[in-house]
Design a protein around this ligand. Structure first.
Ligand code: GAR
Length: 207
């Protein structure tokens, strides 16, 4: 069984998708939010998942917050830490501590549109396709090895909300997929920093 800690800042719909997926071999050890009012905390609690708040406003610096967050996470002995709409930039020290076991979902087809306001920027750029990316987190923001992406069309008349909603449907599909690959030990990162997804083992074949 692999222990998973999910970090959220708000609505938590990606966390919810991962919980609802009931990934074999995965145990959601806790959901941690940096905001006491994050909507996703209620869903987690109502599903019997322990919740914690590490309020970034209570700490004098990014380093102090990240150290407190890491203490909370480490107490849960996670195999995997999942950023699911966690809207804080993390220090290099924090990211390196969870090297190879920290996933993020980003609402664009990386390397296009790192950072914030991705849907609005995609509309302004006039791209015809947009999407979402699950990647391992490395110190450079939104730049780590890509695990899986999903593409959606940008349609005439789209506004930011319509495009975000189309992307979100795909996020809820690919994030549980990526987590299930991790849990099944199917992900590795090659020397060039690219992710390999091993084929599912056939298991006992019999005759
Ligand atoms: C998601 O669209 C996720 O990709 C994005 O925030 C949203 C969170 O929704 N994450 C980022 O922008 C990270 N930089 P959720 O709280 O309903 O999962």
């Amino acid at each position: 069984m692999k222990n998973i800690v999910i970090l959220i800042s708000g609505r938590g719909s990606n966390m919810e998708a991962i919980v609802r997926a009931q990934i074999p071999g995965a145990r959601i050890a806790a959901v941690i939010s940096n905001r006491p009012d994050a909507g996703g905390l209620a869903f987690a609690a109502s599903h019997g998942i322990p919740t914690r708040v590490v309020d970034h406003k209570a700490y004098p610096s990014r380093e102090a917050f990240d150290a407190a967050l890491a203490d909370s996470i480490d107490a849960l002995a996670p195999d995997l830490v999942v950023l699911a709409g966690f809207m804080r930039v993390l220090t290099d020290g924090f990211v390196n501590r969870y090297n190879g076991r920290l996933l993020n979902i980003h609402p664009s087809l990386l390397p296009s549109f790192p950072g914030l306001h991705t849907h609005q920027r995609a509309l302004e750029a006039g791209v015809r396709v947009h999407g979402t990316t699950v990647h391992f987190v490395t110190p450079t923001l939104d730049c780590g090895p890509i695990v899986i992406q999903a593409v959606v069309p940008v349609l005439p008349g789209d506004d930011e909300d319509a495009l975000a909603a189309r992307v979100l449907v795909q996020e809820h599909r690919i994030y549980p997929q990526a987590v299930s690959w991790f849990v099944a030990d199917r992900l590795s990162i090659d020397a060039a920093g690219r992710v390999d997804v091993r084929a599912e083992s056939a298991g006992p074949t019999g005759w």
